[in-house]
Design a protein around this ligand. Structure first.
Ligand code: ZN
Ligand code: ZN
Length: 150
């Protein structure tokens, strides 16, 4: 057995993954691929949400903030809010940090909800003549998140 063969064999092993949705073992396309979903579960929608989560986690990590949100937690949160903005019920467009990253809010399951772009902007930068999101509404959304994961 040559060392290069052994290296190859190790790499082959490193492609084994367990699907985060159905728990079935499957092979990732490469040793570097995260391969979160098996071929039966994987959809463009899931890939899109996974990318969104990883970007938001990366943003928090670069600021040294808590960055623990997982794709499974995010799917549960979106499901709870019916894929609608947590504040105004428009269809959601972005991961909205209840306490923004600029205000040291992390990317965690207790700080992230689906949001539309205007609520996302309005919350931290209320415009004159526009209704800012009320503190009561924000508090209510926070409590809903606590309930999902309690
Ligand atoms: Zn699966
Ligand atoms: Zn909204």
């Amino acid at each position: 057995m040559t060392s290069s063969w052994r290296r190859y064999a190790l790499h082959e092993e490193n492609r084994d993954r367990v699907c985060v949705l159905c728990n079935k073992p499957h092979r990732a396309t490469s040793t570097l691929a995260k391969g979160l979903f098996c071929s039966e579960c994987r959809t463009p929608y899931l890939d899109h949400e996974d990318k969104r989560v990883r970007q938001a986690v990366g943003r928090a990590q670069r600021r040294g903030l808590p960055a623990s949100l997982t794709i499974l937690e995010w799917l549960r949160i979106i499901g709870h809010f019916n894929s609608q903005c947590a504040y105004c019920s428009a269809s959601f467009q972005v991961i909205e940090h209840i306490t923004s990253i600029n205000n040291s809010g992390g990317t965690t399951r207790y700080n992230c909800v689906p949001g539309c772009l205007s609520c996302n902007r309005l919350k931290d930068h209320p415009l004159p003549g526009c209704y800012p999101i009320s503190l009561e509404k924000i508090e209510q959304v926070k409590q809903e998140l606590q309930r999902i994961f309690s």
